[in-house]
Unconditional design. Structure first.
Length: 313
């Protein structure tokens, strides 16, 4: 698999920022130390970087110190905003002063891979572009419970980059049982008073994601207490879209810094996923941790029988 490269997906680190600083740093140090051997091209954080919004700024400083390990290793990274990352945790509104102070465009704006943002000076809706092995890729980060105007912006970005394979992150999209978030699910973005105009996972699929033939994957976190679920659906153009939930914040020690390693081979559309635990130093093997698919319509129909729900781990 000579043209295979990797992406690291970091799930909710809020408990690490609040209680387990050393585990957060161990997570990012492992990523930096193994970037070359993994041929790592991108790091994607699905949000809830911190736990307490503006009420405990020291959590932002802890997170910044840990994530700076990735910046210093010159690895591209996008960070989605989670509900706990908003100043008032979307209890009142979408104020994101601290998130943008610590993880805003000032951090990314001069990077050659950084694309643009939806709103000037606010990075919670942004995208990055990379040429990897001669192929074009776009990575899009969307806010918690994206508003209709953000969805429209995302659609424009994906249409304008139809020659790029696309991967999207947003904090809440997949639920814990292999379904997209919908009314009745606990912690649906629509129930947060400050998340005005929020759309949930079902809305995002029907208003945006299913319409784009270049979309290959969506990653999200947020929900508790279970850890993993996924599904694969065909978009309206016949393209398989892998959709993955991962979150270990309710596990001992805030998840111990577990992360997803995503390996992708564009020439064959082979997608392989693993879970690594820096605390134990092991790749984990429970249901849903190790998976491999070919993202072509005929292989998905024959091999996956989508949607697929993993066991709780």
């Amino acid at each position: 698999m000579t043209d295979t490269f990797s992406i690291a997906v970091i799930p909710d680190t809020q408990i690490l920022s609040a209680k387990h600083e050393s585990a957060f740093t161990a997570l990012t140090r492992w990523i930096a130390d193994h970037a070359e051997s993994l041929d790592l091209k991108m790091v994607l954080h699905v949000g809830d970087v911190v736990n307490a919004g503006e009420t405990k700024e020291e959590q932002y400083r802890i997170a910044q110190n840990a994530l700076n390990v990735i910046h210093e290793a010159d690895i591209p990274m996008l960070i989605a905003i989670g509900n706990h990352d908003y100043d008032n945790q979307v209890k009142n509104d979408r104020s994101s002063r601290l998130f943008n102070q610590y993880f805003g465009k000032s951090v990314y704006g001069n990077k050659p891979w950084f694309g643009a943002t939806f709103e000037e000076g606010k990075s919670e809706n942004s995208y990055a572009k990379l040429n990897i092995g001669g192929g074009n890729f776009i990575f899009v980060s969307l806010e918690f419970g994206p508003r209709d105007e953000v969805i429209n912006w995302c659609n424009e970005v994906l249409r304008a980059h139809s020659d790029h394979e696309a991967i999207i992150i947003t904090h809440s999209y997949m639920y814990m049982k292999g379904e997209r978030t919908k009314p009745g699910n606990t912690h649906n973005p629509k129930i947060y008073p400050g998340a005005s105009g929020a759309n949930d996972g079902e809305d995002l699929w029907h208003k945006s994601f299913k319409h784009h033939p270049n979309l290959i994957a969506v990653f999200s976190g947020h929900h508790i207490p279970h850890n993993l679920s996924y599904r694969i659906d065909l978009g309206e153009n016949g393209n398989p879209v892998f959709q993955s939930f991962q979150n270990w914040q309710s596990a001992p020690n805030g998840g111990e810094g577990r992360l997803r390693i995503v390996k992708y081979q564009p020439s064959t559309k082979q997608l392989c996923l693993q879970v690594f635990n820096p605390f134990s130093g092991d790749y984990e093997t429970e249901d849903g941790c190790e998976m491999s698919f070919r993202l072509t319509a005929e292989h998905i129909r024959d091999e996956v029988k989508f949607p697929k729900i993993t066991a709780d781990v």
